[in-house]
Design a protein around this ligand. Sequence first.
Ligand SMILES: [Ca+2]
Ligand SMILES: [Ca+2]
Ligand SMILES: [Zn+2]
Length: 433
Amino acid sequence: MNKFLFAFLFLSGFAFSQEQCATMPAYYKHLNDASVKQTYAIAETKARQWLSNPVNKASLQNKNAIIKIPVVFHVVYKNATQNIHDSLLLSQINVLNECFRKQNANYSNTRPVFDTLGADIEIEFCLASTDPDGNPTTGIVRKSAPSNAQFDPLFGFDNMKKPSKGGDTAWANTSYLNIWVGDMSIFSITAVLGYATFPGGDPALDGVVIQWDYIGKYAKPSFLGRTTVHEVGHWLGMRHIWADDDNGSNPQTVYCDSTDFVDDTPNAGPKSSTDCNITKNTCSLEVAYWGGLDAPDMVENYMDYSSDACMTMFTKGQKARMYSFLNTDAARIAVKTSTAACASVVGLEKNSFLNENVTLYPVPANNELRIECRAKTGDLTISVLTADGRVILNEKAITGRLNVNTSTMAEGFYFVKIEGVEGSVTRKFMVLH
Ligand SMILES: [Ca+2]
Ligand SMILES: [Ca+2]
Ligand SMILES: [Zn+2]
């Protein structure tokens, strides 16, 4: 078939079915590799074994220690507009944390039939503070890509992760959640907003890819950053709540015989259509969990295709499935205890006295950043560095205080490095006007 005719038909399919997430097409593509197919299958088997043990499931009822996952954003841009601002990425981290900790303000909109099912996933995300070489990082990597780089889902799946195709290499998935942000449009049509990899795949491709103008809390009026919440859900093993057994066309055929492997998400035939249709009840036969109740479709779920404002929850059943991977898949086990650090302190911390006696405020800084620090012996030198390591200020802090005029500094992340005879401490701060 002619390449462009094929592209047109493919895009028509996407447009008519309002496809947003390409996780399943990416998954099926990865399954073509026999060894990857096997590692995915092993991950699924181990996860189900973990979940079949009642002791493991019961452990999730308790309040557990919060898992902190370091995130690295790879901003792969073809032009200046796509090189999006730090503050959008930071707001995306905030949205992830609200939704995964069930602190989203709209949780109260959850219908009574579901409102006892919402789960605090007890996972928080943060920008990585240490890069794979152990150096301080803002957790944001920026890479200019050629304007003709193909990152679309038709010819360019996973290319954003490959330097040979203009992309940026993954950081070890045992220490980081990689989120690539770039342009997946094809012929100027945005067909896909994001895709992710399930646990168990190729480490070099592991992570989430998000269309550049759908990242952050207020990327667009009706998009509140929940595309990334949905994709990170996939990264933790979540399937779509309609179990991907619709026929993808419009009107969609209703199939109710597949599962998302979660009992407390009612069976659903077709996905939602970027709306909030609370009358939607496409499958009558529910699993035993529902005790004969024909529950409506859970349009509130992050793993549906409802509008961002409609989405309020992951369920307890989904949490159990997430933890079944977090406790059995080698990469997910490792990332739970990553030392890439969600703490604000990075760099050499030989001198814990100095480390404990550094204060930066306000956060973020607008016109002025105040730095206070104290060493046991000797003078301290304070440097302010840009995110790419350029020193823009270097002063001796005789009094242990330094006020930095930030009014003319561009918005974004910076480092403060405080050095003395006993060691050094590096902290990250943000300027926001
Ligand atoms: Ca279900
Ligand atoms: Ca139903
Ligand atoms: Zn999806």
